[in-house]
Design a binder for this molecule. Structure first.
Ligand SMILES: N[C@@H](CCC(=O)N[C@@H](CS)C(=O)NCC(=O)O)C(=O)O
Length: 232
């Protein structure tokens, strides 16, 4: 039955939102077809499948579209519960805790990370301080999941929080290097640092997170665009 299924992901290579959907499918061992969207010239299929927001990612399962990355991740878990690791715990309290921190990462970091790359040097410091504050909150939150301060993550036990965390934090080194900033600092937030380093080492993550060189190119494009804008 599963062999007859059609699973298509509409995404964009540098998007943490579509990266996390691909990562979840890899973790679950679900084969899928990937379609790269040009967001400056969206395809008729994307507009048809996501008339609400006209954004990627969209997961199309047997012709039925599901939109919004976090909703797609839960759909993947609900649909392929018995494939690969469980992405969410069964216990209602533990499940709620995972969702709280997934939500925190999704809502607090994406916008701030975008602003950090696109802002002028003077305001960058303020945004970086804000990100460090948020990372401290996350560091405390992660202690609830990793009380010993060590993270035993492998491809076989990756959960929803790891998947969303990997999509947001694993590509950050390109931004750090290009702007000469320390964002995930092992001294300030040791647990976040070791969590992200462990995630980076996993083969599913390596296959999904865009390569460092490509990330450098896109971040430097935004940096240059911003310099030109400031000089104008
Ligand atoms: N809340 C959405 C955000 C998705 C999103 O922002 N996608 C961006 C790419 S990173 C997009 O499609 N942008 C196209 C546009 O805004 O026109 C999710 O979690 O899936």
């Amino acid at each position: 039955m599963e062999g007859e299924e059609s699973i298509v992901v509409y995404g964009m290579w540098a998007s943490p939102f579509s990266n996390r959907v691909e990562l979840a499918l890899k973790v679950k061992g679900i084969p899928y077809v990937y379609v790269e969207e040009d967001l400056l010239n969206k395809s008729q299929m994307l507009l048809k499948y996501n008339p609400v927001y006209k954004k990627i990612p969209v997961l199309v399962h047997n012709g039925k579209p599901i939109i919004e990355s976090l909703i797609i991740l839960e759909y993947i878990e609900d649909t392929w519960r018995n494939s690969g690791p469980k992405l969410l715990p069964d216990d209602p309290l533990q499940k709620a805790l995972v969702r709280i921190w997934v939500d925190f990462i999704h809502h607090q970091f994406n916008e701030n990370m975008k602003t950090l790359v696109k802002t002028e040097r003077e305001t960058q410091k303020k945004v970086l301080d804000k990100i460090h504050e948020l990372l401290k909150v996350l560091d405390e939150g992660l202690k609830g999941f990793y009380p010993n301060g060590t993270t035993n993550i492998c491809n076989e036990n990756l959960g929803l929080l790891d998947i969303v965390g990997a999509s947001v934090f694993c590509p950050i080194k390109a931004t750090e290097d290009l702007f000469g900033l320390k964002i995930i600092d092992p001294e300030k937030t040791p647990l976040v640092y070791s969590w992200v380093e462990s995630l980076k080492g996993l083969s599913h993550v390596k296959e999904t997170i865009p390569p460092y060189d490509k990330l450098l190119q896109i971040v430097s494009y935004y940096k240059q665009k911003n310099l030109n804008f400031s000089a104008a």
